[in-house]
Design a protein around this ligand. Structure first.
Ligand SMILES: [Zn+2]
Length: 184
């Protein structure tokens, strides 16, 4: 899945809370955006492993959620949104394909690393690869709650990210031809 799909998933989760508690809208959105992107910073390390915690992520996300519910504040809401979205990102990576650039030629059986069991989780390929047409459709659907609930710069960022995701999905297969060998 695209990084933006993960961000929109997190925003869709926090959007109903932001609608009920507009004072927490900004920390919830910032937490979801950063939490959606953060796991993929391991692209330069061991991708889908170093910062991806599909199982143990819950050990941070669930207590953070409980603290935010018991004691809602800018800080607790932001941390809970971050932890939940980062966990959702890692867990849902298993529903997509592997991290390879051209899964239609070279499919890997490693979707995301399960640090608890010490094995790679195999890709389910409900979303065949990041930027696939079904990924673009999912991204647009998940962005709708955020577009309805958030306003100001958050809505601008979401709308811009939807445009970026659609552009990426349109060019996805051609990008592989343009990518130099050493980057793959
Ligand atoms: Zn990921």
């Amino acid at each position: 899945m695209m990084a933006t799909t993960h961000v929109f998933a997190g925003l869709a989760v926090v959007a109903p809370v932001a609608a009920l508690e507009p004072a927490l809208a900004v920390p919830l959105a910032v937490g979801a955006i950063v939490g959606g992107l953060a796991p993929d910073f391991d692209l330069v390390l061991e991708h889908r492993r170093t910062f991806h915690f599909p199982a143990s992520g819950s050990l941070l996300a669930l207590p953070a959620l409980a603290i935010a519910v018991l004691s809602p504040s800018t800080l607790t809401a932001g941390v809970a949104a971050f932890a939940l979205t980062a966990w959702l990102h890692a867990a849902s990576d298993a529903l997509g394909g592997g991290p390879e650039m051209d899964p239609w030629n070279d499919a890997s059986e490693r979707a995301v690393y399960d640090h608890v069991r010490g094995t790679w989780i195999r890709p389910r390929r409900w979303i065949r690869y990041d930027g696939a047409p079904e990924d673009a459709a999912l991204a647009v659907a998940l962005a709708i709650p955020a577009l309805l609930v958030f306003d100001g710069w958050i809505r601008t960022v979401v709308a811009g990210s939807v445009a970026l995701s659609l552009g990426y999905a349109l060019l996805r297969r051609r990008l592989v031809e343009w990518t130099p060998e050493w980057l793959e």
